[in-house]
Design a protein around this ligand. Structure first.
Ligand code: MN
Ligand code: MN
Length: 458
């Protein structure tokens, strides 16, 4: 008899556990090594060069598959399909920036014989979660002589970490009465960067000067160089398995490098593609997809225009190509947290370990600011995943009046691309260490690969 009831089943029951575990190991290496958008771009870039991909915007390009890098912080990877670009492209777009704590442009100061860095947090964080954690410093500094210094300090056990202090409970009575968003204020997210003084010319001691001369001797940095730097604090250390069964992974930056990795692997592992396929790994999603490397920029249009020009494709405009294209907005959703059931509506929220989450619409309140996929597109995706036996479920970001949020979907949809959100559901999203199910990781990989290969039609 036909099964007429919708069942949301646990993905572990459908998947090959060995395959899931193997794939998870390679993801753990990736997410442990790539903690910023720049590091992610350079990882993907290296992989592509090894596979013989050429850069579209460089003289080396002579037609065919390509990649294109924007501002060293976002990267587009394109593969040709059985049909040409005239019939549209299958696109998976993910973001490679994550919430974190950026260093200010004039950061160094000293108080009570402790040297500190002033910071400015990036993205939606619960500020109190970032104190008393070992933090690593990542980024670049443009030195006075024009040389670019790549920085990564605090990842290996013989390197120092930077730490933001917090009040002891004994003196924290007033602090503990504050609302959580004020427990630690934005200007109090400054890490300790030194504590050994030198004597200066007036025979006073200075820790700040000691740190400046140490940085100068070791790296050739002068204080003004910080002004031309992009330095960021991220949780130090590597991704780890969670649970006695090792069914989940805790790591910094699952949002959204879990989608970036699975989309990238989906694209390069797919055999024949029915249509051209494009994976976009974008920057600045956590602060509204703004700026030259964000999804609101016209880099996509520019790249397609250059591709068509270099391959002599005439008679169709970039705009027509986009209007014939489909996109998965590959971003994470919230899994129902057993400790906080009250914010979820169980029948429509995503369950941890139940496969990739298809989210018809985002937004908040009365669907405000939502990108809303059509029933026809939802059907096409549902049908595709069912045919390919990919574990999937539906999701939403919390109860109707409780939460909400947005993704890149609306910036793709705005271009005339039929777009829907699809990605794994996390626990502790935006925390220093987020939690992802390995079954959801692998389901996402299978889903993106299936979509990129497919001849989707609505
Ligand atoms: Mn995200
Ligand atoms: Mn996010």
């Amino acid at each position: 008899m036909e099964n007429i009831e919708y069942k949301n089943e646990n993905a572990w029951l459908k998947l090959d556990k060995r395959e899931v575990m193997d794939f998870s190991e390679s993801y753990k290496q990736f997410v442990s090594a790539c903690k910023t958008e720049r590091e992610t771009v350079s990882f993907v870039w290296d992989e592509l060069v090894k596979m013989g991909y050429k850069r579209l915007l460089k003289p080396e390009y002579a037609g065919g598959d390509f990649f294109a890098v924007n501002d060293l912080k976002s990267i587009l990877i394109f593969r040709e399909g059985k049909t040409g670009i005239e019939n549209g492209i299958n696109i998976v777009v993910a973001h490679i920036d994550s919430p974190r704590i950026d260093i200010k442009q004039n950061p160094l100061y000293e108080k009570f014989d402790v040297a500190m860095f002033k910071t400015h947090y990036y993205g939606g964080i619960k500020k109190y979660q970032w104190a008393t954690l070992p933090l690593a410093l990542h980024g670049v500094i443009m030195l006075k002589n024009g040389e670019k210094l790549e920085v990564s300090i605090g990842e290996s056990s013989d390197e120092p970490v930077l730490v933001i202090s917090d009040l002891l409970p004994h003196l924290g009575r007033k602090q503990m009465e504050k609302p959580a968003r004020e427990v630690i204020e934005g200007e109090a997210l400054d890490p300790i960067v030194g504590s050994i003084p030198v004597k200066d010319e007036k025979d006073k001691t200075s820790v700040k000067k000691a740190i400046l001369s140490l940085l100068n001797e070791k790296y050739g940095i002068v204080e003004e160089d910080f002004i031309s730097s992009e330095l960021t604090l991220v949780p130090a250390g590597i991704a780890r398995d969670v649970g006695f069964d090792k069914g989940a992974i805790t790591s910094y930056g699952h949002d959204d490098r879990i989608c970036a990795y699975t989309a990238f692997r989906g694209l390069i592992d797919a055999q024949t593609l029915e249509r051209p396929a494009l994976v976009m790994l974008m920057d600045k999603e956590e602060i509204g997809s703004e700026g030259v490397s964000g999804s609101q920029s016209d880099f996509l249009e520019y790249v397609l225009e250059q591709y068509m020009k270099k391959n002599g494709i005439n008679g169709i405009s970039v705009r027509e190509v986009l209007h014939k294209s489909f996109a998965l907005s590959a971003d994470v959703n919230a899994a129902m947290d057993p400790l906080y059931p009250e914010v979820f509506e169980e029948q429509n929220a995503a369950k941890f370990g139940h496969g990739i989450v298809i989210t018809k619409f985002t937004g908040s309140g009365g669907k405000y600011s939502a990108s809303d996929a059509s029933a026809e597109l939802v059907f096409a995706i549902r049908n595709l995943l069912n045919k390919q036996n990919v574990p999937w479920q539906i999701g939403e970001l919390g109860k109707v009046d409780v939460g909400g949020g947005g993704t890149i979907a609306k910036f793709m949809a705005r271009r005339g691309i039929e777009t829907i959100d699809a990605g794994p559901a996390l626990l502790s999203m935006h925390a220093p260490h987020e939690i992802a199910s390995k079954a959801d990781l692998y389901s996402s990989y299978l889903a993106y690969k299936a979509f990129l290969k497919s001849e989707i039609k609505i």
